[in-house]
Design a protein around this ligand. Structure first.
Ligand SMILES: NC(=O)c1ccc[n+]([C@@H]2O[C@H](COP(=O)([O-])OP(=O)(O)OC[C@H]3O[C@@H](n4cnc5c(N)ncnc54)[C@H](OP(=O)(O)O)[C@@H]3O)[C@@H](O)[C@H]2O)c1
Length: 259
């Protein structure tokens, strides 16, 4: 069970907190400090990947912070070049993370730019065996998701894709929703011009930072968001977006930054 303070969306294998901690480029002791500070602040969702090289750091913090494993939503990702040894990679991830199950396991990128239903079958098997609660993909197109559905009858629970105001595409969000796929947005801040007027205007109106407006905008669209920071004050700032809402007009104005 994830925490009770972060709202959640429903996945087939359980609830996903709508805001989590990103950990790409959080390395070594920085990763441990970030995960530790985030859990202390109340984050209950951590996004890592085999490719980030920090699963062991994440696992160490989870083991020492005294937080019930069931209270943290844990995601990791299968690197595309491990597609033919998915099971072995999963076992290594579980060992590094110090857990017997993941909450979400994603195919990090389409292996060889292909959908690879056979790899998707491997994820389904791992889920059926109880090692993973929900399974999904990352950086997949709608056409590739449809290929997985056609081959197996099962849609990914999640597609983790780059998402920020300049990426906004209502048709793309609708296409995911129609297939029952939750969108998780990555690089929400990096991809954003925080000085853009609709963002700055909403920040002034609510007395918050432009970064907070951007993260809140994701939540208004039911896009799960996983901002990365290694600075405690920013971790706190980012989590505080649970404490205000944007009006439909503010959301619509920010939407115009997209395509
Ligand atoms: N599936 C994929 O292919 C994929 C690809 C990329 C990312 N991801 C995931 O998505 C997560 C987030 O994406 P990301 O790390 O690329 O980018 P991001 O979260 O948009 O941006 C992180 C950058 O923004 C800074 N930052 C954090 N909070 C801030 C704030 N309140 N105000 C101003 N700057 C702030 C961070 O610096 P400090 O750390 O110095 O605070 C860092 O430089 C990743 O960590 C990873 O877990 C997945």
């Amino acid at each position: 069970m994830p925490d009770t303070t972060t709202p959640t969306l429903t996945l087939p294998g359980g609830a996903i907190p709508v805001l989590g901690l990103g950990t790409w480029q959080s390395e070594g002791s920085d990763a441990e400090l970030a995960v530790s500070a985030a859990l202390q602040l109340g984050y209950r969702h951590v996004d890592t990947a085999t490719g980030y090289g920090n699963e062991a750091q994440v696992g160490r913090v989870l083991a020492t912070r005294g937080i019930d494993r069931d209270d943290v939503f844990l995601t990791t990702k299968l690197p595309p070049d491990h597609a033919d040894r998915a099971r072995q990679t999963l076992m290594e991830s579980l060992a590094a993370l110090g857990t017997d199950h993941l909450d979400l396991w994603l195919i990090h990128w389409p292996p060889g730019k292909q959908a690879r239903p056979d790899v998707w079958e491997e994820l389904r098997r791992s889920r059926d065996e109880g090692h993973v609660r929900s399974i999904g993909v990352s950086n997949y197109s709608i056409a590739q998701i449809d290929e997985l559905i056609a081959a197996t009858g099962e849609a990914p629970a999640v597609n983790q894709i780059p998402y920020s105001p300049v990426d906004h595409d209502a048709a793309l969000l609708a296409a995911h929703r129609e297939r029952g796929v939750v969108v998780e947005g990555y690089s929400p801040l990096k991809r954003t011009d925080l000085a853009a007027e609709p963002i700055a205007a909403a920040a002034r109106a609510h007395g918050v930072t432009p970064a907070q407006v951007v993260l809140r905008w994701h939540l208004e669209h039911d896009v799960v968001v996983i901002p990365k920071s290694v600075r405690p004050e920013r971790l706190e700032e980012n989590l505080a977006v649970l404490g205000f809402t944007l009006s439909p007009d503010e959301v619509a104005a920010i939407d115009t930054l997209g395509r």
